[in-house]
Design a protein around this ligand. Structure first.
Ligand SMILES: [Zn+2]
Length: 400
């Protein structure tokens, strides 16, 4: 539904999106897309002095070309500062994407993903700045945040310095599919890994002298499942999910390399998610206990056991906004003005919003048309992109 009070230039908005989709920028390699965004902002009249990169990349434990891109737009009316955020990076499957228009969609050539996740957000933030400036729309001070390394672990949002966000009181994060869907909370995640050092022995000549690391792992995972910690976890004191993603050996190689040798080493890695941070930790501890139990069950002929080193750490914290919090009310009201009924959702995956909320800025995540993300079937739904742009402009300009 179009709203005559929002002067959105739809053709210009689609041009921005097409241009940003064509710039490669897989996670950790965001320098080119950041430059393209800076150029676009300068073209529409944002002074170079208002555009900067932070130093989050120095704290990210993975090679990362640049820090987060932060842009300050001075208010044209007084009011508390608003933050609009999205992520610059795309998943590696987007490398080499060739976006093209097909009816009311933008698609890739089918050999790569497209990168609408989250270039729809990147374009939306640029469209927002352009529309506000071109039409001199009254708005409070606004900060635009384009994060790096979201796809590889929410690193840019995690490592940013909240003081760089100018005291923003709420954030609108753009990283979703449908404009009507408002993500107001998400699970937290705990990662765990275990190294099992057994002992090699000839499997035909003296199997009793070996300690099989793969057997310890297999028994542990069976134990974890029987104790209710695998897959969907529902316990009286909490709920969540868990998975065992990697069961291998050293440096990404298989566990063991010959059938006639008792496997002396295995590496297993998994995750646990829950709306409650403490329960995600509890799931990880459930796995820890299972590995300890399995360790005691696998012995060589002298009663020796494998060494089992289990560790776990928080990947990101969960969050949940109250439905009557100012940012949810603002988004709901803006959707209502667009004739769209809001649908509040809780996500089972982490978002930059998890960290922004942790940094003290209540953050809602809105959608702008990205669809079938992380697959070669990825496309952008242009009708939803347009709605998302209108929603963003409205949220930036509306009075309370
Ligand atoms: Zn995304």
């Amino acid at each position: 539904m179009s709203n005559p009070s929002i002067p959105l230039d739809v053709a210009a908005a689609e041009e921005h999106l097409m241009r940003f989709l064509a710039v490669e920028g897989v996670t950790g390699q965001e320098a080119n897309i950041a430059a393209a965004v800076s150029d676009a902002l300068k073209m529409i009249g944002v002074p170079a002095s208002a555009i900067r990169l932070d130093d989050a990349n120095k704290r990210i434990p993975l090679p990362t070309e640049i820090g987060n891109l932060i842009v300050d737009l001075p208010g044209t009316r007084p009011g508390p500062r608003l933050l609009f955020s999205t992520h610059l990076d795309t998943v590696p499957l987007c490398a080499g994407a060739k976006p093209r228009r097909e009816g009311d969609r933008i698609v890739s050539d089918g050999t790569t993903a497209l990168g609408g996740d989250a270039r729809t957000g990147v374009a939306l933030l640029v469209v927002l700045a352009e529309t506000l400036m071109k039409h001199r729309l009254p708005h409070p001070p606004i900060t635009l945040l384009f994060t790096v390394r979201e796809e590889s672990g929410l690193h840019g949002a995690r490592e940013l310095n909240p003081a760089d966000l100018g005291g923003a009181v709420m954030c609108i994060n753009v990283d979703g599919m449908l404009a009507k869907d408002l993500i107001i909370g998400a699970v937290g995640q705990e990662n765990w890994e275990v190294e099992i050092k057994g002992r090699a022995s000839h499997a035909g000549v003296a199997p009793e002298k070996g300690i099989s690391a793969t057997l310890v792992g297999a028994i542990a995972l069976t134990e974890a499942r029987q104790a209710g910690w695998f897959g969907k976890v529902v316990k009286p004191d909490g709920r969540g999910t868990s998975n065992v993603g990697i069961f291998g050996g050293k440096d990404g190689k298989p566990a063991g390399d010959a059938t006639n040798v008792v496997t002396d080493y295995a590496f297993i890695k998994g995750e646990a998610r829950s709306p409650e941070a403490a329960f995600a930790t509890k799931i990880a501890k459930g796995y820890k206990e299972a590995f300890a139990k399995a360790q005691g069950e696998v012995k060589d002929h002298e009663g020796q056991t494998a060494e089992v080193a289990f560790s776990h750490q928080t990947s990101y914290p969960p969050f949940k906004l109250a439905e009557n919090s100012p940012v949810v009310k603002r988004a709901t009201k803006a959707l209502e003005m667009l004739g769209i009924e809001a649908n509040c959702l809780f996500s089972n995956g982490g978002l930059d919003a998890n960290w922004l909320d942790k940094h003290g800025i209540p953050t809602i995540t809105i959608g702008a048309g990205q669809a079938e993300i992380h697959t070669v079937k990825e496309y952008v739904n242009l009708a939803e992109y347009e709605k998302g742009c209108r929603l963003g402009i409205l949220m930036a300009t509306m009075e309370e």
